[in-house]
Ligand binder design. Sequence first.
Ligand SMILES: Nc1ncnc2c1ncn2[C@@H]1O[C@H](COP(=O)(O)OP(=O)(O)O)[C@@H](O)[C@H]1O
Ligand SMILES: [Mg+2]
Length: 254
Amino acid sequence: MEKIKSIAVTGKGGTGKTVVSTLLIRLLAERFPGRVLAIDADSAMSLCYTTGLKVDKTVSKLRDELLGMRQARDQLSNGPTKDLMRTILAHGDGFDLLTMGRPEEPGCFCACNELLRFGIDSLAGDYDYVVVDGEAGPEQLNRRVMKSVDCLLVMADMSARSLQTAAGILEVAKPGENSNIDVKMAGLVLNRVRNDQPKEELLKRVGLEVFGELPEDAEVNKYDRDNRSLFELPMDSACPQAVRTILKKLIPEF
Ligand SMILES: Nc1ncnc2c1ncn2[C@@H]1O[C@H](COP(=O)(O)OP(=O)(O)O)[C@@H](O)[C@H]1O
Ligand SMILES: [Mg+2]
């Protein structure tokens, strides 16, 4: 298996992308401190809450600033865009967080977006692991954040609709199918699995292979309601353990 460096989490809204991304970030940052870049690519911006970090700068704000200032734009074209990206990072325990903010509006100065993307790519080059908490749906698989992703985790809960969305994403993500982004491997992660809901039949119907699964955990949901960082969740509880199992499969040295 090729070495996994970037992991992107996608799937229908509410299926647990942010929960899984946060636990991936926390586990990787514990194991490889300082070598992890987290990217919040969802315009709803959730990672700042689940990681407990204060975020006031985003890539979209940076874009607005650059578009409004001719001088800054020239500076961007000439100077290293990576350094500019560094100025908007939030710093956590063992990881850094880049927040995308709003997507660009149609007609936005295109070269600027290209440069910002280049900046993100070269910033990512300074880390060993990159975790992207993505937007919902196959449209996420564009080049807004990165040109390639080593491992795409597609989230689904036990609903037929989220599985259909997941199947659509996995279809688009097939190697060679998508000219916008290069995905090396992709798999389904089931969330909120309860023993009283037999899943085999549902899965057989959509014909997808499962990559990992997380149980329903009332504690996780309570943290969300109380707006508490998932960095305070006991690591021996069920969801972190389930994410650890996924990481062990993906990263041999984990
Ligand atoms: N395994 C789980 N057990 C209990 N609640 C969960 C679990 N996974 C996610 N949730 C809850 O479901 C909601 C949606 O999760 P979230 O990660 O924000 O989804 P997404 O980022 O895909 O929109 C949140 O309130 C979260 O606390
Ligand atoms: Mg989310």
